[in-house]
Design a protein. Structure first.
Length: 57
């Protein structure tokens, strides 16, 4: 494996790591609909309002 191939591979892994961290920090993988939009609409329609002092993270 030459240096150019190694640098390309390193860039791909770095981009993947940045994407995973970004998704994790912006609410990804937490109650997503997984492609089932009807289930998301139903869950949002049945959701209880937040308590005034409650903090969501």
């Amino acid at each position: 494996m030459d240096l150019a191939s190694f640098l390309v591979l390193l860039a791909v892994f770095a981009a993947l790591a940045v994407a995973i961290v970004f998704i994790g920090n912006h609410g990804g993988w937490q109650g997503g609909c997984g492609g089932n939009c009807a289930a998301c609409r139903r869950r949002c329609a049945d959701a209880k309002p937040d308590e005034p002092g409650e903090r969501k993270e």
